[in-house]
Ligand binder design. Structure first.
Ligand code: AGP
Length: 609
């Protein structure tokens, strides 16, 4: 987590760094800071809290006149959020400054060693050891000092360093955490993510794992750890700066919910040709090998895991293949049974989630084929996989995932249909019928989103409730899990999500008169079973808020409130049924006055274990 940015050029850098950090704020907002270098002196300004606090600090501070500097927005791992723990950090001389994203695993050992050699530490962070290590190894050559520091660090990181004696030079290094170069004219940027410099340049160079970069206003040199130059192409990204703005919506999350029809349509584009069937070009695993797959193992975290849960139902149903699923943080420390005929699917919108990446690597080392479903081109997940299936949701800034989630569901549905096509587990008529229906979903969702007022009214009635229970069966269960996660992460209301049939084995004890129970009761082969569970809820005088299929009048007499979604077949229904739950969570959080784009304690990209 954490966002870093560095600039060297001819322009005054304070505002460029600050604006870049604004775009990286989704990566962490416990504290933020800048270090700028002018006339051989480094000036550091830091503040606890999000970028608003830093803005205030900067207002009363010079920091002008410098055209090289570093910026950081922090998600705390080692050391609580405080000014002294905020980045950038300095060495003992005040001539070296660093910003770091990641974790230095052996920091305590390094810190003890450096302290015994006389270094004085100003923070409780792991990152500060890097500035002292560079100081220790510095002998007029900053690149060499960084290189020698990397040798003794273990962990995963991306960092940038400046030095008072090198008025134009930034040295960066990357191990597992993302780092990119924004290539300008007479100026260059280094950052954790493209939006940080997108308003200034769309020309990007990716720094790969185990590489360093040496940047001045006029030059960019990527080198490996043997200090040998590495050739790298400049890629022009198609995103524009507007994509990172709110475009008239009051929050990013709301904008992204309303972008879901486009995210779905784009994820399907070109993959469902007029001529019929499914085409998944980037998969890069030969069809003959896919035909042999006898088990699919899905690994992911959080919302991506919930998309994976939907995947289990569609893969079993359409492709008739055995499916296992685990949260990546568990999978990586188990001893899963994998073979060359196992297909492991890692789902991660960011493509940088540490646990998911570790699980994918472990699977690969055990000989399984690995596919990454991710939203970020060139992310680490794409390099740790044999094949890729991109979701094309566009940039998602809101920390609570919405449009990337529905795009992930669509991607795993496409994969299931593709396997069904190869394995011939669906007849061609049946396959084409599902494809035809899938193509209609973006428009159905667009129509649905025009009528969100019902959800808002429901939110007004329930937003002061202290607890929500979510129930569902079949494909409705992952939808409940996701709805409950959305509500808890953005409104801080405790929630529980359960398989409706399991309620009587424990959670029913939580119910009392008026307790809100959100039930996904869309049409499908378990609908009658869900109705029985609704009756059990009603018998305890709890209040049922149902998500049901348009045309189901009967559900009105069984529920206090109903959120209707357009009619779809059961296996495609999660694409639509999750939307009212996102909106319910959104409106409740807004009514409670919560910051939905930046929920407390969370970060968009979780690059730590
Ligand atoms: C989503 O709302 C969450 N904030 C979180 O659970 C997220 O889905 C999880 O951290 C996984 O991220 P990824 O998709 O980037 O791997």
């Amino acid at each position: 987590m954490c966002g870093i940015i560095a600039y060297t050029g001819r322009r005054q850098c304070k505002d460029l760094l600050y604006q870049g950090l604004r775009k990286l704020e989704y990566r962490g907002y416990d504290s933020a800071g800048l270090a700028v270098l002018a006339d051989g002196r480094i000036e550091v300004v830091r503040a606890v809290g999000n970028l608003d606090s830093l803005e205030k600090e900067l207002a009363g501070n010079g920091c002008t006149g410098a055209s090289i500097g570093l910026g950081h927005t922090r998600w705390a791992t080692h050391g609580r959020p405080s000014t002294k723990n905020a980045h950038p950090h300095l060495d003992c001389t005040g001539k070296i400054s660093i910003v770091l994203n990641g974790i230095i695993e052996n920091y305590q050992e390094l810190r003890d060693q450096l302290a015994s050699e006389g270094h004085k530490f100003a923070s409780e962070t792991d990152a500060e050891v890097v500035s002292h290590l560079v100081e220790k190894h510095y002998d007029d050559d900053l690149v060499d000092a960084v290189r020698r520091s990397i040798d003794v660090i273990s962990g995963h990181f991306a960092f940038c360093v400046i030095h008072g004696d090198h008025p134009e030079l930034i040295v960066g290094a990357r191990k597992e955490c993302p780092l990119l170069i924004g290539v300008g004219e007479g100026e260059n940027f280094i950052a954790s993510a493209i939006p940080a410099f997108l308003s200034e340049t769309r020309d990007v160079m990716v720094i790969e794992d185990g590489e360093m970069v040496v940047v001045t206003p006029e030059s960019i040199k990527i080198i490996d750890l043997d200090l040998q130059p590495v050739e790298r192409e400049v890629t022009r990204v198609s995103w524009n700066a507007e994509a990172a703005e709110k475009g008239g919506f009051e929050t990013f999350m709301r904008k992204e919910i309303f972008e879901q029809p486009d995210a779905l349509a784009d994820t399907m584009a070109g993959r469902l040709p007029e001529s019929g069937g499914i085409v998944l070009e980037e998969l890069a695993i030969p069809n003959e090998e896919l035909a042999q797959i006898d088990k699919v193992y899905i690994v992911a975290c959080g919302t991506s895991y919930h998309a994976g849960l939907v995947g289990r139902y569609v893969l079993e149903n359409w492709s008739r293949v055995a499916v296992e699923l685990d949260v990546a943080s568990e999978f990586r420390y188990r001893d899963p049974v994998l073979s060359p005929t196992t297909l492991v699917v890692g789902i991660s919108q960011s493509g940088e989630t540490a646990d998911t990446l570790a699980a994918m690597r472990q699977a690969r080392s055990q000989g399984a084929k690995v596919i990454a479903i991710t939203n970020i081109m060139g992310s680490q997940a794409t390099r740790d996989a044999d094949g890729i299936l991109y979701t094309r949701a566009g940039l998602e800034i809101g920390v609570a995932a919405t449009k990337t989630h529905v795009a992930q569901i669509a991607a795993i549905q496409l994969l299931a249909l593709y396997l069904a096509q190869i394995k011939k587990t669906l007849g061609s008529e049946e396959l084409e019928a599902i494809i035809a229906e899938l193509k209609t979903i973006p428009d159905l969702m667009r129509e649905y989103l025009k009528n969100e007022s019902a959800t808002h009214e429901i939110a007004k009635r329930y937003y002061q409730q202290p607890f929500f229970l979510y129930l569902g069966r079949g494909v409705g269960l992952p939808v409940c899990l996701e709805g409950a996660l959305k509500l808890k992460e953005i409104s801080y209301i405790p929630t529980e999500a359960y398989a409706a049939g399991e309620m009587k084995h424990g959670p029913i004890a939580l119910l009392d008169k008026g307790s809100p129970v959100v039930v996904v009761a869309t049409d499908g082969h378990v609908y009658d079973k869900v109705v029985s569970n609704i009756e059990e809820v009603r018998a305890r005088d709890a209040s049922v808020i149902a998500v049901a299929t348009e045309g189901n009048e009967r559900i009105n007499s069984l529920s206090e409130d109903v959120m209707y979604i357009p009619e779809t077949s059961e296996m495609l229904s999660p694409l639509l049924s999750v939307v009212p739950l996102q909106l319910l969570a959104y409106h409740i959080a807004q009514l409670k006055g919560c910051n939905v784009d930046q929920p407390r304690n969370l970060a968009k990209t979780v690059t730590v274990e």
